[in-house]
Design a protein around this ligand. Sequence first.
Ligand SMILES: *Cc1c(COP(=O)(O)O)cnc(C)c1O
Ligand code: SF4
Length: 350
Amino acid sequence: MNVAPKTLRHLSDLEAAGLAPAEKRAALEKVAAQYAIAITPAMAELIDLADPHDPIARQFVPDAAELEVRAEERADPIGDRAHSPVEGIVHRYPDRVLLKLTHVCAVYCRFCFRREMIGPAATPLTAKQLDAALGYIATHPEIWEVVLTGGDPLVLSARRLRQVVSRLAAIAHVKVIRVHTRVPAADPARVTPELIRALKAKGKATYVVLHANHARELTDAAREACARLIDAGIPMLAQSVLLAGVNDDPQALGALMRALVECRIKPYYLHHGDLAPGTSHLRTSIGRGQELMRALHGRLSGLCQPTYVLDIPGGHGKSPIGPNYLTCDGEGRMEVEDFNGGLHCYPPTA
Ligand SMILES: *Cc1c(COP(=O)(O)O)cnc(C)c1O
Ligand code: SF4
């Protein structure tokens, strides 16, 4: 009998799939007790068991290195709590809020910046809390955009998403609804016509931002799921996290950006790895990130250039931290660097 493959959620599942050696069980049990595990069939199938450095495995398979917490790491690395006026809302910037409907994800990323708050054990927003969150949005006319995040909002049913989207759409000052998700790649079959219809609202713009970190995540099924969204009139952007051993070389990062653009998905942000607990083995330096951005700038189409950003610890928001191509000599003269490293005065001297 053919049994449909299931999401791997327990160490025993990982061991059966050849993804966790039995001799590491004791350490991995400690990791599993702290941080949720889920690897969908679509992602598990991509893992090359013969490659000890597989970039898909590195993102989803728990690692004993997660037990090593650095002094600079923190449970709430980007300071969501300091800016949460009501449960489920993060209001850091004047014109937009995050609305966190669920703490569940299709896959759990080992580097997740909200890893202390998400997982199947975390409590979802209750009906009352959702009313309060929507009430907050309705009474703050400066809120122009609502970002559905979590957790991953696309693990919710089409019915539930339709309810939330239509309630948001009823708020006149909300013009843009943005969904941050891994689902189109991690579980493409969830992107059904019904789910797509649920995300759309008359007179409002819906954007979907795909979280993807390696070109291999864009399987044929993932590409088709994204095409369904885009063909339905939903523009797509992508956000990626700079990860050691996954995409921290010009080849892998460039291939990811190109694969996204080929799918009509515009790379939006490349996030520097947040200071989430037990994630130092997956972080690079900012210097390395800037070098990689320089490599992209030289080699790839402008469509393939994301903005490299740091979410400033403590809740101060994101700022671009990409390389600087413009210098000033103190006497008002400027020098601009071209993509080959050549320097040019601006304005040009005669
Ligand atoms: C990242 C983030 C946003 C979205 O920021 P953009 O720069 O518009 O993509 C909004 N609110 C909060 C709290 C965020 O952390
Ligand atoms: S999908 Fe997003 S919220 Fe969920 S584990 Fe990955 S990074 Fe965290």
